[in-house]
Ligand binder design. Structure first.
Ligand code: ADP
Ligand code: ASP
Ligand code: MG
Length: 415
């Protein structure tokens, strides 16, 4: 008998037929003799609908009330799934995050889980019931409901799995597992049978929303492998685990992308010590996250400074920069708010040169202009025009033969 946590995403519980289908899958696991804890997301589109309501009402919403509102979708699906299970004579009980005891910090809309209580879960499992928990939510020290950021039900599932020391944490979704890139963009993308936490963390943070980044972080911290599976078809999906457990290593594993980027560039800044800190300081004081940064010295003691922000924060960032440019004098501000970020991820990059040149050549052959570049040990990101994104993903995918059957790279290669 194993203790299994299963998480079902929004499309998996998107209508009543699908909820019936999920109930059958849960019953199957129970009949195999397992204890099952289920984490559910809101029905497909529901969280967006609730966010739309809040925004239509006011742009200046109270974060506490906003979380009360947007956490409510999960309460609907947890109750419906519980009803479906009970109607099929499978005893089940549903609980919200606060009811179960998922304690978080107080950062509304992107709270972090601090503690997960397990007493109610254990009590219910011992009574032979399926425990259903609403994903994406918790409670802070003041008793206020918090939410965990978009895609946060993945993190609820991993946090519960770690707290109860589950044998498996299964994330059921609308694709068969983690692919070499988003299969909805590139049909030739291939399923990755195993991927390291480190690579998955990069993929998630660079835009692959199949797993929320924090869920991967938490899983690696608590030594809790995640299996990503399809709700709608059978298969062994993708195992996200430690690098030394990966049997077939590859030079590069996948391509992640994000469309929601914008570039802001200041040129002709009179060079003086500390000017970079001044620019970044003003932007980060407004709680705007800066992603990529590039600087180059131009003629006559002037320099250019370019950075990217998320597109939704672009208007706010631009306003700050325009004010600052006026203060600094003789500075021109150029922007491009229709850019995307394409990132190549792979642990093989650590020990292998030539990955960047192959990537840039593939983009160049397609006539794609690279506007910015950043690298880290296991990833290379480039910024390009949003219109070129799909073509760029396809070109890089082909250049690294990610559409071909999995070819293992020699073990010695990684040492
Ligand atoms: P859920 O509602 O089940 O949480 P999400 O929409 O959050 O599902 O995540 C699944 C989606 O992630 C897929 O439908 C797919 O479009 C997208 N995705 C992005 N990158 C990848 C990738 N590399 N592999 C698989 N899916 C990906
Ligand atoms: N319902 C939430 C969202 O849409 C959480 C989740 O789906 O994981 O972001
Ligand atoms: Mg999700």
């Amino acid at each position: 008998m194993a203790l299994i946590v299963q998480k079902y995403g929004g499309s998996s519980v998107g209508n009543l037929d699908r909820i019936h289908h999920v109930a059958e899958k849960v019953i199957k696991a129970k009949l195999e003799g397992h204890h099952v804890i289920v984490v559910v997301s809101a029905m497909y589109g529901e969280t967006d609908r609730l966010i739309g309501l809040a925004n239509a009402l006011t742009q200046n919403h109270d974060p506490r009330e906003y979380d009360v509102l947007i956490s409510s979708g999960e309460q609907v699906s947890m109750a419906l799934l519980s009803m479906a299970l009970n109607a099929k004579n499978c005893p089940a009980r549903s609980f919200t995050g606060p009811q179960i005891g998922i304690y978080t910090d107080s950062i509304h809309t992107k709270a972090r889980i601090l503690e997960v209580k397990t007493d109610i879960i254990q009590r219910e499992l011992q009574q032979g019931r399926i425990v259903i928990v609403a994903g994406f939510q918790g409670v802070n020290e003041y008793g206020d409901i918090t939410t965990l950021g978009r895609g946060g039900s993945d993190t609820t599932a991993v946090a519960i799995a770690a707290a109860v020391k589950a044998d498996e944490c299964q994330i059921y979704t609308d694709v068969d597992g983690v692919y070499t890139t988003d299969p909805h963009m590139l049909p030739e993308a291939r399923l990755i049978p195993q991927i390291s936490f480190e690579e998955m963390l990069e993929m998630s943070s660079l835009g692959a929303k199949v797993l929320q980044m924090r869920s991967v972080e938490l899983a690696s911290k608590h030594n809790m492998p995640i299996r990503v599976l399809s709700t709608f078809s059978d298969g062994s999906g993708t195992l996200v685990t430690f690098e030394d457990k990966i049997m077939h290593k590859r030079l590069v594993s996948g391509i992640a992308f994000s469309r929601e980027e914008a570039i802001i560039s200041l040129s002709g800044i009179p060079r003086r010590i500390g000017v970079e800190g001044l620019i970044l300081g003003k932007v980060s004081q407004a709680n705007i996250e800066i992603d990529m940064i590039a600087q180059n010295a131009s003629l006559e003691g002037k320099s250019d400074f370019t950075f990217t922000v998320q597109r939704r924060e672009y208007p706010k960032a631009l306003k700050i920069i325009e004010e600052l440019a006026a203060e600094l004098g003789a500075v021109t501000v150029k922007t491009n708010s229709k850019v995307a970020k394409l990132s190549l991820v792979g642990i093989g990059m650590r020990s292998h040169t030539g990955v960047a040149s192959t990537m840039f050549k593939a983009l160049g052959t397609e006539g794609i202009n690279i506007q910015m570049i950043t690298t880290s040990e296991i990833k290379i990101s480039v910024v390009l025009d949003e219109d070129h994104l799909e073509k760029g993903v396809r070109a890089v995918h082909q250049a690294f033969e990610l559409d071909k059957p999995h070819q293992t790279v020699e073990q010695s290669f990684f040492e």
